[in-house]
Design a protein. Sequence first.
Length: 465
Amino acid sequence: LQPLWTVAEIVAATGGRAENLIDGPIAAISIDSRDIGFKALFVAIKGDTLDGHDFVPQALAAGAAAALVSEAHFRALGGQNLIVVPDTLKALENLGRAARARFRGTVIAVTGSAGKTTTKEAIRAALTPAGEVHASIKSFNNHWGVPLTLARLPREAKFGIFEIGMNHPGEITPLVKMVRPHLAVITTVAAAHLQFFNSVADIAAAKAEIFLGLEPGGTALLNTDHEYLHILFNHARKAGVGRIVTYGLDESADWHISNIEVLPTRTIAQVTHAENTYGLSIAVPGRHMIANAVAALAVASLVGEGTGPALQALAQFSAPEGRGETHRLGPPTKPLLLVDESYNANLASMAAALEVYGPVRAPGGEKVLVLGDMLELGAQSPQLHASLKDKVLAAGATRIFLIGPSMAALAAVLDGAPVAAHANTVEELSETILSGLAHGDSVMVKGSKGVRLAGLVKTIRDRFG
Ligand SMILES: Nc1ncnc2c1ncn2[C@@H]1O[C@H](COP(=O)(O)OP(=O)(O)OP(=O)(O)O)[C@@H](O)[C@H]1O
Ligand SMILES: [Mg+2]
């Protein structure tokens, strides 16, 4: 088995030079000095708050085989086991491009306003029976996450799956041109990061940038169940995309989903494609989760792997952390049911989560809803928060807590609903929420990452688990 890289290969790919470093294998790439793998190359990247160059000594002390540093820092520091380049981020990108250039497997890219990570994980699950899969960890989907994931792509893997995200127009283009996917998936288009766009239509156009990096003859796989599909089609045609395949609830979808049944711990559905009908079952409740799984099923079919093993693998598929996992805390006969949606929120995922929570019955107590702000929605934010009214009412909670300044707009229109309290920060409400909870209740917690509801979820698990 060949190593991920050799020092000589990295020097060649980055146009750098080795300083007090002999050639040898590099088995991992790391940008975090606290997380140094065996024979790792530590790449010193400058982030928003920290500069990796300050951690080069720690990384080498922790066992890194070498560190990739910038010329400016090398002049100041000197040192052992270094690869020196003009710009470390550009070097990481070049390493990513070199990994892609030598790769003989199939590359899949996933973008969308919600469900990227979940869909990426569903695809990983569906393809794992077919061979070695390399995929982004967590949501490593930005200007450093994508090149890092690409630089880690093992040459012998069969599949590479890359999450690509964006907050601004123009961000996807350079990333997808590095990744050069054979297959590009767009999970959905919705109001997210709207403060950086004029309209959701502009968001659709920005997602469509993913077509610009598609390999010649590549395939676009598009979800049908949003209002911007025609925009994606137009852009795909303009970009010369060879083949467009669709999935979703819409009658027109090539992979058509019907008869969805949301059960307490699973979701089942029928999927029709060409002459075939499949029974799909996944280990997490939610109609939106079925859509993510069908994307994975379609990918398995499109890359030439059978649907059988994919369906079998997806039967075990459950939500990544904070994206709708249900915890039963305490006594099995009368647990506290906790639905953890604390990872993030925008209009699409809020609607999806409320829909899942609707049929949930508290085991024998209150049905509680804790909702935090959907951030980065710009001028339309109050109106978009208020627009949740009907969905919140339909969820049937007996007690509702609202957290964040933007939630004031929802609080104002939720007349008649049992709003227990609204506060601007989670700290102000935590104790009130916790002291009102008991075994037998159900509680769903959802809000944008910046509202920091994950801490509340952790406390609930600690106190009631
Ligand atoms: N297809 C979908 N439609 C709407 N919401 C979804 C969908 N899939 C997952 N979600 C919900 O959206 C939230 C975020 O999910 P996920 O992490 O998969 O999205 P993401 O696009 O990777 O987000 P990020 O931009 O933060 O990386 C979760 O609450 C999840 O349950
Ligand atoms: Mg993600």
